[in-house]
Write a protein of this length. Sequence first.
Length: 449
Amino acid sequence: MTDLSEGFWSNLLDYIEDRTVIPVIGSELVTVREGDRDVPLDHWLAGRLAADLGLPVAELPPGFDLNDAVSLHVRRRGEREELYAHIHRLLRTAALPPSEPLRALAGIPGFNLFVSLTFDALLAEALGAEQIAYAPNKVRDLPGPKADLGQPVVFHLLGKASASPDYAICDEDVLEHLHGLQDKQRQPKILFDELRGNHLLILGCSFGDWLARFFLRTARGVELSQKRRRQEMLVGDQMTQDAGLTLFLDSFSTDARMIPTNAADFVLELASRWHAAHPPKPASAAPVAREAGSAGSVPDGAVFVSYASEDLDAASRLVEGLRAAGLEVWFDRNALKMGDDWARSIRRGIERCSLFVPVVSRQSLSEANRRRYFWREWNDAADFAQGMAPDEAFLVPVVIDDSRIDRAPLPEAFKRAQGRTLPEGNLTPGAAERLVELVRDFHRRRRAA
C-alpha cells in the first residue's frame, strides 16, 4: 500500500470522529470470493451474464466487466431491458456474503451515511442498514439530515438492483443517472446538502476521466477550482491511475487528493487504526458474568442471546466478546426449555432485556430445525418489538456464516433490524462499540422515563 503520513491518518480519524466523512463506495471495493481470489462483483456478474446469454467471449476484452457484456449484447441486437431482471435474479440466487473490506468499513461506527455507486446490497447487509435508491424517474431522498439518522443508511446513487430498469448496468445508465441529478427538481436535496458539507472518502470508484469529473462536480455543487473547507479523497487503482484526471485535479482542484493504493487495503488499514484508537469501553456498571438460571432472572437491561444448540460454540464466542466489552449477557448454555413456566419466564426475560440477539446460521434455518424451541423465543421477541417505535433498536440479529437474513424464513421484524455479520461469532471492535452504545441508549431512556 502507498505510504501515507501519520498526519494524514490522524486527520482522517479526527474527521471520522467528528462525523464529517461520507464514504462513497465504488465497484473496486465490492468483491466476491471465487476459488482462492477476490473478484470484483461487476466482473463476476459479467461472466455469468455472458454465459447465460451465450455471448462470444472472443468478442469481449480481457477482464471484461458488466458494461462490456451489456454493450456486446446490445450490439448483437439483444434487448437491454431484459437484462435488469436477469441480473437481479443472479444476485438474488447467489446469496453472496459481504467481503472482509465491506465488513471492516461497516465496523467503523463513525460512519452513518454511505453513498454506494454499485447496485448490490452487500454493504447494507454488513451494516444491517436501511437502503435508499435513486432513479431519475423515482426521486428519493434521505429522511433527514445525517446528524438525525436513527440508523446507518446506504444511499444507492445509481439505483439498486430490482426487476425494473431503474439501476445502472452500463455506462449509458450511469450517464443518465448523473444527468438526472443535474436537474434541481430531480435532485435529492438533503443528500446533496450532506455531500457538499462533508469530506468525501471515495473508495474504489472505477469512473473514467470525464465521468469522474462530472461526478465530482455534481457532488460538490460548485466549480472544482473553488476553494472550500472540505476535501475529496480518491482511493483506488483505476481512477487514480488515470493520467488525464490526475492532471486535471492537480491543476484545478486543490481540495481533491488522489491516493493511488488498493481500496481494500486502505479500508483494512483504516479500520485497524480506528479500532486501535477506539478500544471498546466498558459499560457504566460492571456486569456479573453469569449463566442463565431461569429467564425470569434476566437482569434488567441485559443482552439476551438466543441460539440453536448446534451453534453453541459460535454463540459462546459471541457472549465472551460481549462480556469483554463490559455488557451484561443472559445466555442459557444448556438450551434446555421445558413447560409453560419456562415459556412465561422467557417472555418476561424478553421484556426486561435491552437487546435481543438471535444467532442466525444455516443450522438454525435448516429444515430439521423448523420446530425448535428457539423459534418461540425469536417469535416472542419479534412480537414484542412490534410495540416499539420504528427507530427503537431492540432486535440485533447476528449472522455467523453466509446466511442471508433478507431471504431467510425469519420474522419480518428481524429483516428490518440492524443485523450484523460476525463469522463464527467473533465480535469485532466496531460491532462491540455499537452494541455498547445501544445498551447505553437503553439505560439513558430508562432513566429519563
